[in-house]
Design a protein around this ligand. Structure first.
Ligand code: 5GP
Ligand code: MN
Length: 330
């Protein structure tokens, strides 16, 4: 028998439901085929997603030597839910320099085509999990039947479908609902997933949400933009855990006149994490690329700022006004 290739799976920093769901979904599928893949995460998974993880996971921020080794000494490196190695944080160097055959499976705009040997990139997909699902359906062992996928794979992939669409609120297409219907028929209990994601939070999260909305939210009324500033001091005050502010940036968009919402999160890594959400007609992706060292999707993007938090308000206002003038000079 031919020697089995060594496969390593990798996703982006601060992994969300789509990052964890797509890597673990593919991991369980490969395991079912008899491979022994290794999963590398740049940082730990949020608490409400750890049940999806296999027994063995290498977390770079906790065990950099072993994680780098897995990225360097593999035959195939599969990147999921990011478009460029820069998005994988501290694993960037080992991953991008690995001599492995590099495969990308992703749904963000502008994939780094030079960095990979093979790319499955579809920006029209709601989530990387949706893309992985349709790729797996085409596998000879699956024959277009969701019921041939294991429950572990189905629950992982459905988690990312739910979280990246904000529980079927955005980025929807007929294929999204087709997948949801298929997985339900195959035995996935959607309510079990939404209970875990949306109805199992600590009360700190609600307190924090109220605090940020009431005390740290600012408006640029004439341009329909709002932003929130989340300092390290406030993170300490609310005993904030990574991932607990997921979804906050969407809230100001519930107001009709708001078309851009931003959340700036101070980190102890010397930068501010930027989250942007916009409504149709306003490109969060281009704004993130132009002013926030990032990118993402048309209406959901992110990036980084290397400024003190106190300077962010002025920077944001200038960036938004300049951007609007550049996009529509009249
Ligand atoms: P979130 O606001 O949920 O962290 O990210 C929203 C979207 O923007 C995600 O699709 C994410 O991949 C992308 N994104 C977040 N941060 C960055 C970043 O620093 N650089 C780039 N290129 N994209 C980002
Ligand atoms: Mn995604």
């Amino acid at each position: 028998m031919a020697k089995q290739p060594i496969i390593t799976l990798l996703t982006h920093t601060h992994p969300d439901g789509d990052a964890i769901g797509s890597t673990t979904g593919l991991y369980h599928f490969l395991e079912g085929l008899g491979y022994r893949p290794t999963l590398v995460l740049p940082d730990p998974a949020p608490a409400n997603l750890v049940d999806l993880l296999p027994d063995q996971v290498l977390i770079h921020s906790l065990d950099p030597v072993a994680a780098d080794q897995a990225l360097t000494h593999c035959d195939i490196l599969i990147g999921l839910d990011f478009n460029q190695f820069k998005r994988t944080g501290s694993t960037e160097t080992a991953a991008s320099h690995s001599s492995a055959r590099k495969i990308l499976i992703d749904h963000h705009l502008n994939p780094d085509t030079a960095a990979f040997d093979q790319i499955f990139s579809e920006a029209g997909r709601s989530s990387t999990c949706e893309l992985v699902y349709y790729l797996l359906l085409a596998h000879p062992t699956v024959q277009q039947s969701a019921s041939k996928l294991s429950m572990d794979t189905l629950y992982s992939l459905t988690t990312g479908l739910i979280t990246d669409t904000n529980n079927f609120n955005n980025s929807l297409s007929p294929a999204t609902f087709r997948m949801a219907a298929d997985v339900c028929e195959a035995g996935v209990d959607l309510d079990r997933i939404t209970e875990k994601i949306y109805r199992s939070n600590r009360s700190n999260r609600i307190d924090l949400m109220g605090f940020l909305l009431n005390e740290r939210r600012f408006q640029l009324k004439d341009v329909g933009a709002e932003y929130m500033l989340f300092s390290l001091q406030d993170q300490k005050k609310f005993d904030y855990l990574s991932g607990e502010s997921e979804g906050f940036v969407n809230l100001p968009l519930q107001t009709k006149r708001v078309r851009l919402s931003a959340l700036f999160t101070e980190t102890d890594e010397g930068c501010i994490r930027v989250s942007l959400r916009s409504k149709r007609g306003f490109s969060a992706n281009r704004l993130a690329q132009r002013f926030f060292n990032g990118g993402g999707h048309e209406n959901a993007a992110g990036g980084k700022l290397y400024l003190p938090l106190d300077d962010v308000a002025a920077y944001f206002e200038k960036a938004v006004r300049t951007f609007l003038l550049e996009e529509d000079p009249q």
